[in-house]
Design a protein around this ligand. Structure first.
Ligand code: PLP
Length: 314
């Protein structure tokens, strides 16, 4: 028996293969995850919960109240505009499955996070790549040109600060892209999982310029907790409703202990994020002072990825 046709062409991530094959004493630069400690507020909340818990019950599909309350405070949107997910990856999967029709087109950045193309393919759509600007920033003209030439676009994806380039997006570019998507009636998904790991200043969120865009966030990067698998999507309740059904069908709800730890992290964002940014800046400083030939003309605006251009001809 063979797998369903939609799985054809899917492979495990080459980055995971590199990580799995590395010797035990290697310094891993493979997976995109924080290399600093799981914050103590999360450890303490997990310890307190496990010391008193009687039954480990399912959580509500909408997220446990402590987490949704913390997210309402953090994002500034109402609870019905927040979907709590099993990592932002599951949020992305749910949004793609809910809004991308087979035979349609999904616009994705180039270069960009490989999952965008995988999820478009899994939904039966074709990915159309739009180039980033010369400083790897979101270039509204290039995205709008690509969108105008798409015959059946079903979703536009932007990622900023970007994986893998660390490139950013100005409020003006975000505004133009959001307005154009609204005019075309195409949902806009903005992946902002690295935004809190800023180096010089916080980059704008599309939430500041649009009431219709969907925004993807997660405790995995800024809050140093990728293993919890907790993320969230904000956006209009009408766009989230079908995505919630997909997420429920696949996950029921994110794991309860993970949500408890995530609630502690998000409600202590000020301390946790300050520590994370100090950790990231320390790493960039080491790189800047390194004798190794690892420098490129452009440092990231946020996050922990260093994009190196190959010398011409390679
Ligand atoms: C750009 C980007 N978006 C989303 C994700 C998914 O993260 P998570 O599911 O841990 O929230 C990642 C993980 O590396 C990423 O780099």
């Amino acid at each position: 028996m063979s797998a369903a046709a939609r799985v054809a062409g899917l492979t495990t991530s080459p980055i995971r293969a590199i990580a799995a094959g590395a010797p035990a004493d290697a310094i891993s630069l493979a997976l995109g995850e924080p290399g600093w400690d799981f914050p103590s507020v999360a450890r303490e909340s997990l310890a307190a919960w496990s010391a008193t818990v009687q039954q480990c019950a399912y959580g509500p599909n909408t997220g446990i109240p402590d987490l949704t309350t913390a997210l309402v405070d953090y994002t500034g949107v109402d609870a019905d505009q927040i979907m709590v997910t099993a990592g932002s990856q599951a949020g992305m999967f749910a949004v793609f499955q809910a809004h991308v029709e087979p035979g349609s087109q999904v616009l994705i950045p180039d270069p960009g996070f490989p999952a965008y193309e995988t999820l478009a393919t899994l939904a039966g759509a074709t990915a159309i790549r739009y180039p980033l600007g010369t400083a790897h920033e979101l270039d509204a003209n290039s995205l709008i040109n690509a969108l105008n030439s798409a015959s059946r676009p079903s979703l536009v994806v932007i990622g900023h600060p970007a994986n893998p380039t660390g490139g950013a997006a100005s409020a003006q570019m975000l505004n133009r892209v959001a307005q154009h998507c609204d005019q075309r009636g195409v949902p806009l998904l903005s992946d902002e999982v690295y935004r809190e790991l800023w180096l010089d200043h916080l980059q704008p969120s599309v939430r500041e310029v649009s009431k219709t865009a969907l925004v993807l966030e997660s405790v995995s990067k800024g809050w140093a907790a990728p293993g919890l698998r907790v993320g969230w999507v904000t956006g209009p309740a009408t766009l989230l409703a079908p995505a919630r059904l997909i997420h429920n069908a696949m996950n029921t709800a994110p794991a309860r202990p993970s949500q408890i730890a995530a609630a502690a992290l998000v409600s202590h964002s000020a301390e946790v994020l300050t520590e994370s940014r100090d950790q990231v800046r320390a790493r960039w400083e080491v790189l800047a002072n390194s004798p190794l030939a690892l420098h490129s003309a452009r440092r990231a605006q946020a996050g922990f990825y260093h994009w190196l251009e190959l010398p011409p001809g390679q």
